[in-house]
Design a protein around this ligand. Sequence first.
Ligand code: CO
Length: 134
Amino acid sequence: MIGNLNHVAIVVPDLAAAAAIYRDTLGARVSAPMPLPEHGVTTVFVELPNTKIELLEPLGEASPVAKFLAKHATGGMHHLCYEVDDILAARDQLMARGARVLGDGEPKNGAHGKPVLFLHPKDFAGTLIELEQA
Ligand code: CO
């Protein structure tokens, strides 16, 4: 069902500092910061040959990643994003297999403008999983 690893998301307390680590220390290609107020985050994308790293900094009071940062002050891995061909078919198969989909179960437009869903970490080896329709 799942295809390529689209990105690994890392929540960070200081987006400029994290972007500098990837750009200057690790020598990666790094995008400009992109505020996404509807998602409560500002993102920087690190482009790797085979996937992306999504650096996320909380934006606004109700940011969904603020609680994560409260528990992990230095930042840390937040979720993995796998591509699927058909997000509704994938959702229905996963729910039939007992997996829990977060929120109301309906796909929302993600950071790349494509439909995404999140799956409960307790059903997936302790890892929050994002599915993105490729
Ligand atoms: Co993501």
